[in-house]
Design a protein around this ligand. Sequence first.
Ligand code: NAP
Length: 305
Amino acid sequence: MSDGLNQVDPGEGAPVFERVVLIGLGLIGSSLARALRVHNIARRIVAVDTSLDVCQAVDRLHLADETQSDAALAVRGADLVVLCVPLGAYEAIAQQIGPHLAPGAIVSDVGSVKEVATNVLVQNLPAHVQVVPGHPIAGTEHSGPEAGFAKLFEGRWCILTPPDGTDEAAVERVAEMWRRCGSMIERMDAPHHDKVLAITSHLPHLIAYTIVGTAADLAEDAKAEVIKFSASGFRDFTRIAASDPTMWRDVFLNNREATLEMLQRFTEDLTALQKAIRRGDGETLHRMFTRTRGIRRSIIDARQA
Ligand code: NAP
C-alpha cells in the first residue's frame, strides 16, 4: 500500500518540530535522539526515562538538550512526543501525560505491535491530541542508550498506522521526521501491520528463543559442545535470542492472535518436514529448501539483508 509519502527528500532543511519529547532512551529512543540531532529535525530534544542510570548516560553522551524524570512536566509545550518504551508501559504513560499535552500536539511511538498500541493511546489521551503510531523496522539485539546510533534507520522501512480521522498534516510531519532519518515510509492499518510482523519478526524471535532454550536444557557436557562448535546456524539464533526480554514479553502479550495464527501454520509446515525426513522423502525436502532460497534472494535484491 504505497501512498506517495516517499516522494520528497528535502535534505536538512528547517526543523520539523520545535520541542520533541522522547520517552524511553534505550536502543530506539537514543538512536532517534541522535538522528534528530544529526538531521536537524527538532529545535529542542527532551529526554525522559525512569532509570537514573539512563538519564545520566543521556547527559554524558549529550543526546538531548534537557533530561527529565517526570514525563508530565516534560511534555508541556511539546509539539511531538514519541513513546520509545516497552508496550506494557504505554497505558500508565498516556494517562500521566494526557492532561499536560497542548491541543494539536502529536503523540507517536515506535512499538513493535500496533493495534493494541494505537487503541491504548487513543483511549487514554485527550481528543485534542493527534495520535500517529509508527514502527521503524530497524533494531539490534542490544539495549540501552549506549547501544543506539544515528544511522540505525537509514535505508529501513518505517510503518505508520494512523487511526481513521487523524489529521493528515500530523501524519505528514511524522513521515517527514522518519524520511529525514533516512527511512522509507509505508502506511498500513494496525491489524494488518501486526499480521505482517507476526511472520517476519515475532515468530522468528519465538523460534530463536525456543532453540536456544532447548540447547540450554541439554546436559552440561552436551551444552558445552553446543557452545564450542556453534556453527553459524545456532550462532545466528543466539544473537536473536539475546534480544531484550521485557520488550519481547510485551510483544507476545500484545500480538497474541496474529502470533498464534502464524505459529499454527508454522507447526503444520514443520510437521510436514518431520514426515518427509521420517519417510526419507528427499524430493520434498529439496523442493522446500529451493523455494526458501528464492526468498533470501528477494530480500537481498530489496536491500533489506
Ligand atoms: P530498551 O533499549 O530496553 O529501552 C527502553 C527504555 O525505556 C529503557 O531505558 C527503560 O528504562 C525505559 N522505560 C521503561 N519504562 C519507562 C517509563 N514508564 N517511562 C520512561 N522510560 C521508561 O528498548 P528498545 O529496544 O529501545 O525498545 C523500545 C520500543 O521500541 C519497544 O516498544 C519495542 O517494541 C520497539 N522497537 C524495538 C526494536 C528493537 O530491535 N529493539 C525495533 C523496533 C521497535 P529501564 O531500563 O529502567 O526499564
